[in-house]
Structure formats: C-alpha cells, structure tokens
Design a protein around this ligand. Structure first.
Ligand code: ATP
Length: 432
C-alpha cells in the first residue's frame, strides 16, 4: 500500500464500481439536505485503502441515523429496516447491495464479555468503540472535504505495516469475540497481531473470557472465520491461540481432524470446479463438522442446539455423523446397482457427501459419489402426477411408491423412454 497523500482517499474512491459511487453520491446529497456530517467507516474504508473489493457501505452520521436512512432509502428506492434502540438502520437495494447507517454512538462495557451500554456520541466516540485500528477509520463524504481520512488511532499506518492492533488494553476483555476477529483479519490479509495486542489476547484467553460470551455471538464470529478463503490457516491459528474448547471441551481438532479438513478443502474445490451449475455447498458447515469430528452424536446435537444452529444445519452435520463409516463400507461393495447408490446418498446433504469423500481414498466410493452428483441426482422422469391420474390412479400414498420404483428402474437403465415408463407404471398398478 502506497502512502496516503494528504490523508485523503478521494483518488482511491474514484476507482470504486460505478454503482457504489452513485450510492455514495446519494449519501452525500442526503447529508447536505439534512445538514448532517456523514462518513464512510470501518471495513469499507480499510478495503478502499487496501484496494480490495468490499461492496457493503457502512455510514456513520453525526445526527439522527434513522432519519438519514429514511431519506436515503427514499432517494434510492431501497427498503429500510430500522433498530430504533440502537439508532441504526439497514437499507437493502436492488442487486443485493446493502447500506448500513448508524447514528454516531458511544459504548461502555460495565460487565466484561456482555453487550455494551450505548449512548449517542461523536464520530470520535464511534471510532473509539471499534475493534482494531485498521477498522477504526472514517472517510468524509461531504462535498467540501470528500475523501478526507479521519484516523485518530493510526489505522492507516497499521494497514501499511500489516498490523492488527487493539485500541485500548481492555478491548479483548470488553468483547472477547474480538479474539476471533483478530485472527480473521490477520489471516485474511497476511498481517500479524502486534506484540502488545497478542499479549492482551492471550491474557483474555487465559482468563477464560471467551467462554463468557453468549454462544450466538461466538457462533456468528466463528462462522465468519470458517467462511474465509484461507480457512485452514484460520483454523490453525485458532487452535494455537484459543483452542476449540469454546465449542465443546472435547473439540480438540487433533491431527486426524486437521487432515480431514485438508481433504475437505480439496473436495470442495473439486466440487466447485466440476459442478459449477449445482447449488453451492456451505463450506463453513463442512469445516464445522471437521471441528466436531471427535464428538459423539449426542454431543454434536447438544453443541448445535447451544450455538442455535438452524435445524437444517444440525441435520446436515448429523446425517454425516450417523452415516459415517458404515456408508463408506456399503458404497465400497463390489456390486451395487445405481438405484442402490442413489438410495444411500439421496437422503444426505451435499455437505455430508463431501465429508464422506474426504474420508476415503476408495476409488469405487469416489466414483459412485461422483456419479451421484453428475448423473443420478439430476435424473428426471418423463411421467408426472397427471399421467397417473389419466391412468385412473387416485392421488395418494401410491404415487410416491410408483415414482420411486420407476426412478429406480430408470437409474438402472431398465426403462429409457416415456412409453417404457408408462408400461412400467401399468405393471406396478396391476401388482398393487
Ligand atoms: P468484513 O470485511 O469481514 O465484512 P468488516 O470490518 O466490515 O469485515 P463487520 O463485522 O461487518 O466487519 O463490522 C463492521 C465494522 O464494525 C468493523 O470494521 C468494525 O469497525 C466494527 N466492529 C464489528 N464488530 C466489532 C466488535 N466486536 N467490536 C468492535 N468493533 C466492531
């Protein structure tokens, strides 16, 4: 990163996508109309300086943020969700863009690791409540001083030198989720947590402060770490600095689970390369399952509930845990018909199948799971419910049975054409 001329990032902002610049210009007009000071803040400013794409705008207003957001939403035809208690609002725009707008605020932490008390404050207060110097900069969007960098804590210099630095000694104690955040940014940008911050981080870990954070907040931060590109480095660093005891005392992430995570990474990129049109796989869930590898089913269930994972997420992890080794053994058997392979894999999520593939080198299992993704899973029948009704079969539980028998026959290559499907249905009906 080159040095910033006159502490102004106007030139860098000019390189932003057109749509982003339009939104910033609308925010500028909104600020002028309301006579309010408005600033871009946080990760957006950090990434503009780094020249990294970050499309969600984060704006702090030294006035009523909700009023600002309402006017901004009116001008952009966006839909607004406000949180009156915090003086914040989110404006969702066409194309999936989001603009977060907040009243400048001050935070105090009367109890460590618990949510802060919030009151109205200045821009400086708002920047002082942030996690790291690199995330505590603002850039003015007012016409008079557009792009002027507000950097009270040396964020630009830390960005230049690649340092993660907390703003004050109690930062990790106030909010221990910042421990995971420090690791996230360190490994994302290839930075280092500077020595004093690292010492403070280790002290907070030694005092068991992570365990005092509400599980939902921990889950949210951990999932962000697991969504990072260099996820294996994230996991390694978390293991080194905090361990995974905050997930479960037995979530030790030993070498076998680490090797599984490495294989998962290979399988996930294989899947993405080979099936670009398939629905995306939630890679974070795959890595979470690796972290829970040592736990039994009950412990996994209990952990998922404590972290309030959605029911579907819990099911996807458990389906892998339950299927596990026995399914790999079954899929390795010599003679297995396509319908049987389908029967084994169809109840599983894609994430669970990726985990199974990562666990085995058996060529037959690997080929069969690939065939499942490539052929079996997308196979459609020509016949529909209408055809069954036309044949005089009343809607009911038989439909399911008929469809699955015809699909099995199709998977096995026993029927191919619409006529053959119909002929088979008639045969099944007679048998019924
Ligand atoms: P990303 O690029 O991953 O979205 P971000 O910096 O935009 O990173 P967010 O979690 O969206 O991260 O938070 C936006 C900003 O809010 C941060 O840049 C930081 O200034 C502030 N922030 C977020 N979480 C905390 C926290 N736990 N403590 C203090 N400040 C925080």
């Amino acid at each position: 990163m080159a040095d910033l001329k006159n502490k102004n990032i106007r030139q860098r902002m000019k390189k932003l996508p057109r749509r982003t610049l339009q939104l910033i210009s609308t925010a500028q007009d909104t600020a002028a109309a309301l006579g309010a000071g408005a600033y871009l803040v946080g990760g957006f400013v950090r990434d503009v300086i780094l020249g990294v794409g970050n499309f969600d705008l984060d704006i702090v207003v030294e006035a009523d943020g909700i009023l600002f957001a309402q006017e901004f939403a009116r001008r952009t035809s966006g839909s607004i969700v406000s949180h009156t208690r915090f003086g914040t609002a989110s404006v969702a725009l066409e194309g999936g863009l989001k603009v977060d707008i907040a009243t400048a605020r001050k935070e105090t932490y009367p109890v460590p690791a618990c949510l802060p008390q919030v009151s109205r404050g200045t821009l400086r207060d708002d920047l002082a409540r942030r996690d790291f110097t690199i995330n505590a900069m603002a850039a003015s969007i007012s016409a008079g001083d557009f792009g002027l960098l507000v950097d009270f804590f040396g964020g630009a210099e830390d960005l230049r030198r690649g340092k993660i630095r907390v703003l004050h000694p109690l930062s990790f104690r106030d909010d221990p989720t910042r421990i995971l955040r420090a690791i996230r940014f360190e490994k994302r940008y290839g930075f280092t947590i500077e020595p004093l911050s690292l010492r403070l981080l280790k002290q907070a870990v030694a005092q068991g402060l992570i365990q005092r954070v509400g599980p939902h907040r921990l889950r949210d931060e951990l999932v962000l770490n697991l969504k990072e590109k260099r996820v294996l480095e994230q996991l390694k660093r978390i293991r080194e600095l905090t361990g995974f005891g905050f997930i479960h005392p037995r979530a030790a992430f030993p070498p076998a689970a680490q090797a599984l995570a490495v294989s998962c990474q290979r399988e996930l990129s294989w899947f993405k390369r080979k099936f670009p049109r398939h629905r995306g796989v939630d890679s974070w869930l795959v890595y979470l399952a690796c972290l829970l590898e040592e736990l039994n089913n009950d412990e996994v269930r209990e952990t998922c509930r404590r972290f309030a994972l959605r029911g579907g997420d819990e099911k996807r992890i458990l389906s892998y845990k339950k299927a596990g080794g026995s399914l790999i053994r079954r899929l390795a058997q010599k003679s297995l018909r396509p319908s049987e392979i389908f029967g084994c894999l169809e109840p599983l999520s894609y994430e669970a199948i990726i985990l199974l593939r990562a666990r085995t080198k058996d060529a037959r299992v690997r080929k069969r799971t690939e065939d499942f993704f490539e052929i079996y899973n997308g196979m459609k029948l020509y016949i529909s419910g209408d055809d069954l009704r036309r044949l005089g079969i009343a809607p009911g539980p038989y439909y399911r049975k008929i469809f699955s028998e015809v699909l099995a026959a199709k998977l096995n290559g026993e029927v191919r054409t619409p006529q053959e499907e119909l002929a088979l249905i008639k045969k099944i009906r007679e048998a019924l």
